[in-house]
Design a protein around this ligand. Structure first.
Ligand code: HEM
Length: 454
């Protein structure tokens, strides 16, 4: 059986096409080769993309868990390894991954995060009250402050004002330097040597030097918070750090300090930019679809908004998926869609294709939350997978959708928004995510009928 077909272009040309026009690149592959095809990027194994939910489920069914099967962690090492550390859910596979996943899951469970709703609303309200009025601004940067605050307070469990203020400056820079090409392109052995050697850490020209300084400053705060929680446990505490410190595995063992620290940075890395980008896309679509915005406002004002609000969140994550794909590294060949994908290749559910499959989502280019309500909703939901699937399904999906619902509500309560320019924003590739190219530039005006909506 043959491997799936793909473009003949050299890998460097394929990556240039992807970066220049991400949705066009995948759509061209789907048109030319059908729902299973191969793309090639420099320095990586060939990647087989699948374009329907049914095939995506076959990809997720390869998930290894604690035995054989495919691996997701090994793929991410290169992109996020320096920031999140070796003991991260993102990087682990097999038994060590299971152990961590079982210990992390309860603290991010739907019921656990629902208790954070009012605090998230207060954070969002304070942020929106500081937005400029009557002049264009990038909404994405502003909502990222909210998602960062949620990570610092609810995930890291920090309440001390001086620490919060230090982390507000340190964390965005750490994430940006930790994901920069200058750092990631260094051969891993050289990078680790440079990070570990006091002498090399004095060489300012090395990208590792700035990264090490930022990482040390953040680690000092996090390790101190972990030590405090170990010394004085607070049984009722709902923050993720407290719960990770208290958690015990099947053998009654706790996570080590480094394991807790790595998981905290994992949740920062996986959770704050993604959710901010999802919110940015939601508003990018809402301000360009007045019918939907009007209905959402009306339903929120009537106090019956939650069903429609849910549908808006789902439709935003569908129409503008944040994550490009959910790839798995195959340890054994896999048969899929009439082809055989060799061991050592990547096999990936392509989010932009799965979520715009016209069979599952008629008129996929339209922003129509109604597709998730009423009789057709079940079919749409079966193909809705912006958070991936299988064992590696997003650990923060409940938190992400809660944050989206709460932030959308608080923003619409306080301001009227119009796009700074009428044309839609194009998707731009940012690491493994797709973000609005102009960061959702909008103009805000205070809401005149605010009082009526309370
Ligand atoms: C709208 C925002 C978000 C989107 C679209 C998103 C999407 C995803 C996707 C597609 C995956 C890979 C799933 C797979 O390979 O099958 C993933 C993994 C993950 N996400 Fe999210 N995510 C979001 C927010 C969050 C948040 C808020 C957190 C936590 C604070 C989080 C934590 C994680 C973790 C830890 C993983 C790795 C899970 C594992 O490998 O076991 N994510 N996410």
């Amino acid at each position: 059986m043959a491997a799936p077909p793909g473009f003949r272009l050299p890998p460097a040309a394929q990556v240039a096409w992807l970066v220049g026009d991400p949705t066009g690149f995948y759509a061209a592959g789907r048109r030319r080769f059908g729902p299973v095809f191969t793309v090639r990027f420099p320095g990586l194994p060939p990647e087989v993309c699948v374009a329907t939910a049914e095939l995506a489920r076959e990809v997720f069914a390869t998930d290894g868990g604690d035995a054989g099967g495919s691996r997701a962690g090994a793929i991410r090492r290169e992109f996020v390894g320096p920031l999140v550390g070796e003991q991260s859910l993102l990087l682990l596979d097999r038994e060590p991954w299971w152990r961590h996943r079982r210990l992390v899951n309860p603290s991010l469970h739907g019921r656990a995060v629902a208790g954070w709703r009012d605090r998230i609303a207060a954070i969002a309200a304070a942020e929106v009250d500081g937005w400029p009025v009557g002049v264009p601004f990038a909404l994405r940067d502003r909502v990222e402050r909210v998602t960062l605050e949620v990570i610092m307070r609810m995930v890291f469990g920090i309440s001390d004002a001086a620490r919060l203020s230090a982390l507000r400056a340190l964390l965005p820079e750490l994430v940006s330097v930790g994901g920069s090409p200058a750092l990631l392109r260094l051969p891993p052995r050289l990078r680790d040597r440079a990070l570990g050697s006091p002498l090399l850490r004095r060489v300012r020209a090395l990208p590792t030097t700035r990264f090490a300084r930022l990482r040390d400053a953040v680690d000092a705060i996090l390790y101190d918070e972990i030590a405090r929680r170990r010394a004085r446990p607070e049984p009722g505490a709902t923050d993720v750090l407290s719960q990770l410190v208290a958690a015990r595995d099947d053998r009654g063992e706790p996570l080590t300090d480094q394991e807790v620290r790595d998981e905290l940075l994992t949740l920062l890395q996986a959770g704050h930019e993604t959710t901010a980008t999802a919110l940015a896309w939601t508003f990018e679509r809402l301000v360009r679809t007045p019918r939907v915005l009007r209905r959402l406002r009306a339903e929120l004002a009537a106090g019956e908004g939650s069903e429609y609000l849910d549908a808006v969140v789902k439709e935003a994550l569908r129409a503008r998926p944040v994550v490009l794909g959910a790839p798995r590294l195959l340890d054994a060949p896999v048969r899929i869609g009439g082809y055989e994908v060799p061991a050592g290749w990547y096999l990936s559910a392509s989010m932009p294709l799965v979520l715009s499959d016209p069979e599952a989502f008629p008129a996929p280019g339209e922003f129509r939350p109604e597709r998730f309500l009423g009789p057709g909703a079940d079919a749409a939901l079966r193909s809705w997978m912006p958070f991936g699937g299988g064992h590696r399904y997003c650990a923060g999906a409940q938190l992400a959708t809660l944050e989206m619902r709460v932030v959308i509500t608080e923003v619409l309560r306080r301001v009227d928004l119009v796009p700074a320019r009428p044309e839609p924003e194009r998707p731009r590739v940012k690491n493994v995510t797709l973000a609005p190219a102009r960061s959702t530039r909008v103009v805000a005006r205070p809401r005149r009928d605010e009082a009526k909506e309370r």
